[in-house]
Design a protein around this ligand. Structure first.
Ligand SMILES: C[S@@+](CC[C@H](N)C(=O)[O-])C[C@H]1O[C@@H](n2cnc3c(N)ncnc32)[C@H](O)[C@@H]1O
Length: 213
């Protein structure tokens, strides 16, 4: 099941500001040099991430799941010159593509790719982070959430990708670990008194979370 009709996706993309040339080039290489290019957030969600980082006035951003760097480079566009993104990636091939495109972009000084299991990298980081984007292995979403919540600034925001899992969250017969992990995660956050959240039906679902006020 596709959560959003393809024609609506196309319409949304056509009515969203195009990404800059360096992201078009990155997306093109990602399509030819990786096995799952659809992991990239793409134009609409990439522009949304830039909007959120800019609207928050975020200076410190943490990303969990770099892939080839499309989302990190999208968010970097909205950072002030002294803003920084730490982005975590476990796969050397993905990280090497990301590092090359980041180095060639106008944001080389703002993005640091950390290679290794994200949960280990997070344990080495000091907060606060103004914006956290969770987009790595789905079975670790709950662990990432608990690890980053204490690192979030008072007005900070967490965005979590793929929370609709192509509509599989509605299928109780789907016992795959990824589907069950996302269903459990969404239920856990919706019932967490520490936070408020909104699940956006953008692309494959984006959950926004912040501390309850
Ligand atoms: C959905 S992709 C991220 C897409 C990226 N945000 C973008 O828009 O281009 C998920 C990435 O998380 C990485 N990953 C998976 N498990 C990980 C882990 N335990 N620690 C760090 N990265 C991990 C994968 O190698 C993959 O590159």
């Amino acid at each position: 099941m596709e959560p959003i009709a393809p024609e609506i996706e196309r319409y949304a993309e056509e009515h969203t500001t195009p990404e800059p040339a360096h992201l078009v080039a990155l997306a093109e290489e990602t399509r030819t040099a990786t096995q799952l290019p659809q992991m990239m957030v793409g134009r609409v969600e990439g522009r949304l991430l830039k909007f959120l980082v800019g609207a928050l006035g975020a200076r410190r951003v943490l990303e969990i799941g770099t892939f080839t760097g499309y989302s990190a480079l999208s968010m970097a566009e909205a950072l002030p010159p002294d803003g920084r993104i730490v982005t975590c990636e476990i796969d050397e091939h993905h990280a090497s593509i990301a590092r090359r495109h980041i180095a060639a972009s106008p944001y080389a000084d703002r993005i640091e790719v950390r290679l290794g299991p994200a949960i280990d990298t997070i344990a080495t980081l000091d907060g606060p982070f103004d914006f956290v984007f969770i987009d790595a292995d789905k079975t670790s979403y709950a662990a990432y959430y608990e690890a980053v919540l204490p690192l979030l600034s008072d007005d900070g925001l967490i965005a979590v990708d793929n929370v609709l899992w192509m509509g599989q969250v509605l299928d109780d017969t789907d016992q795959s670990p990824d589907t069950r992990a996302i269903v459990d995660f969404n239920r856990r956050v919706a019932g967490d008194d520490r936070v408020e959240c909104v699940l956006l039906t953008v692309r494959d679902g984006v959950l926004l979370v912040r501390r309850r006020r």
